[in-house]
Design a protein around this ligand. Structure first.
Ligand SMILES: NC(=O)c1ccc[n+]([C@@H]2O[C@H](COP(=O)([O-])OP(=O)(O)OC[C@H]3O[C@@H](n4cnc5c(N)ncnc54)[C@H](OP(=O)(O)O)[C@@H]3O)[C@@H](O)[C@H]2O)c1
Length: 245
């Protein structure tokens, strides 16, 4: 049975992925980690009905409290897959005017996830195998005036995953970086109201499931974002600085 730890299990994207996994014939042992026990227990009950042969358990943890996460992993004896999906879409203007807001954004989107990733990598190193899935963003590919604090945080995870992939090349440890484009979850509810086109979360979850199965290095989802960001990354500054994005 595959043993999976899902951090930020209550995230819209992970909930959709968990529902995909619950349709698969292979039973799984899944630990749902998050800070909202009521929502975690609701998910546990729902998933258990969808996949009766699987085992779902709940672990309450504020993922910004890294020592708590470290203790949690140290107590587990066997894990095949760890997904670190925590994130907060910070308000760019707040971060520009209030360093505490910027600090909180960096803490939630960069520092704590990076430390959780390093701990997970060390866990797999000691175990000799495992698959770590990190969540970056297309926003990490180029700093833009509308969201560069969030983008810079996600860029940190990009370099970190690259380094971990290099470290574990030719081993039984694999690291996948997921880079969603704007996706229809609670995180982007305000964008939806503003009429921004968002990818259906089911499509993103299906892409992520394929990427995990194929042990991909990096996934842009929906896939068109790979080409959009390739172009955007290569715009000369003189052109890029004229864009209001
Ligand atoms: N949706 C998008 O457009 C988009 C685009 C690019 C990248 N991403 C990334 O994809 C990942 C999943 O996003 P989503 O759209 O599914 O977002 P979401 O539905 O808003 O979920 C975010 C999750 O992070 C959890 N979280 C945040 N800080 C935490 C902490 N300190 N401890 C424990 N849990 C914490 C939240 O827990 P609570 O439920 O307790 O608040 C929630 O489960 C995130 O890393 C996000 O940055 C999303």
């Amino acid at each position: 049975m595959q043993h999976i730890v899902v951090c930020a299990a209550t995230s819209g994207i992970m909930q959709a992925l968990l529902r995909v996994w619950a349709t698969e014939p292979q039973a799984k042992h899944v630990c749902l980690v998050g800070r909202n026990i009521v929502r975690l227990q609701q998910m546990q009950a729902d998933l258990q009905i969808r996949s009766p042969a699987s085992i779902y358990e709940v672990h309450v943890c504020d993922l910004n409290d890294v020592p708590q996460f470290v203790r949690f992993l140290d107590e587990r004896s066997h894990i095949d897959l760890i997904c670190l999906a925590q994130g907060v879409l910070s308000n760019q203007q707040d971060c520009e005017q209030d360093l505490d807001a910027a600090h909180a954004a960096f803490e939630s989107n960069a520092v704590a996830p990076a430390l959780c990733a390093l701990k997970s990598a060390d866990y797999f190193f000691r175990q000799g195998y495992g698959h770590l899935v990190l969540f970056g963003s297309v926003a990490g590919d180029r700093g833009r005036q509308s969201n560069y604090v969030y983008g810079a945080s996600k860029a940190l995870l990009d370099r970190l995953s690259e380094g971990l992939q290099h470290r574990f090349a030719n081993s039984r440890i694999h690291v996948t970086l997921i880079k969603p484009g704007p996706t229809d979850t609670a995180m982007t509810a305000h964008l939806k109201t503003a009429g921004v086109r968002l990818a259906p979360v089911e499509q993103v979850a299906a892409d992520i499931n394929d990427a995990i199965r194929q042990k991909a290095w990096v996934l842009y989802t929906p896939r068109r974002w790979r080409w959009i960001m390739l172009i955007l990354r290569h715009f000369p500054r003189i052109v890029f600085h004229r864009l209001k994005i």
